[in-house]
Ligand binder design. Sequence first.
Ligand code: ASP
Ligand code: MG
Length: 416
Amino acid sequence: MARLVMKFGGTSVADIDRIRNVARHVKREVAAGHEVAVVVSAMAGTTNRLVDWCREAASLHDAREYDAVVASGEQISAGLLAITLESMGINARSWQGWQLPIRTSDAHGSARILEVNGAELIKRFKERGEVAVIAGFQGVHAETGRITTLGRGGSDTSAVAVAAAIGADRCDIYTDVDGVYTTDPRVVSKARRLDKIAYEEMLELASLGAKVLQVRSVELGMVHNVRIFVRSSFDEPDSIDPHAAPPGTFICGEEEIVEQQVVTGIAFSKDEAQISIRRVADKPGVAAAIFGPLADAGINVDMIVQNVSADGATTDLTFTVPAADYERATGVLNGARAKIGFERLDGATDVAKVSVIGVGMRSHAGVAAKAFKALAEHRINIRAITTSEIKFSLLIDANYTELAVRTLHSLYDLDK
Ligand code: ASP
Ligand code: MG
């Protein structure tokens, strides 16, 4: 007997037929003797529609009321799944965030989970063999009693938090892909599904825009050591052995990965823009004068490269911002020009960031050097480089993104 959290995303509960399919997945696990808590997203498209309605009602609206509206999508899918399970002879009860409760901060629209009370769920597993169907994405701020939501994609985080709270043996994320891939299969046909990936690697991939999991859910999984599986909800429910290891990708601690490859995956993003500040004074306080106003404007700065000045007086500073914030960022910098003091601003929006990720880099030298050589052979110019312990990122011309990703994918033996 195992205790499981099964999480189903919006496409998996998009209509009543799909909800029935989800119920069959649940039935399989219940019949095998497992204790099951299900976490659901809103039916596909629902949250977008609710968000649009809020905007239509008033472009500036109270975040507390936004939450009251958008949290409703999950209430519907949780109720519908509970009804469907009951109709199949399975004991089930739906739960909204405030009912458990899932206590959160009061940052409406992007609240953080503080505590999940799983006691009642465990009691009902034991006494009635009851399946808990929990509305994802939502919680409650205890002091005000108001409904909160966790930010887009937040049901993943709900699922991992519930798994930690009830001490689940596994948190299965059922989604419309069958796992996590070495890179985007639409770009590299030889991309492979990974059997295992370390939390830290998944965190990098998710932060770089892989949409499989909300970043916060991976952080939470890492802190609480929740065993997370990413798997397909479109597998035939009855073709799966509920006693075997699940098909899909296992997100786990590094120590559980025995045959560690040096590089695990390659991510890329075309949503970056480059800004170079030319001949800025090379003296204390300049970086603060540049990045302070950008931070105040809520603009996220990613790669930062600064040269050591040759003449001791001025230097160049290059960094990237989200492409959507490019105009705003150059506006802010030009506005602060007198205070910063620079000769000129150069920028480019037709750039892409390609990142190579692997915890194996910690113990291997020359991993990045290999990439530089391979890209040079394809005459791909590198504009900026940043590195961390388990990742390096290269800024290149956007035109070369696919070529670079394919080249690196085969260079690090990910093709086979
Ligand atoms: N329904 C919410 C959203 O669309 C939460 C989720 O699906 O995880 O963002
Ligand atoms: Mg999602």
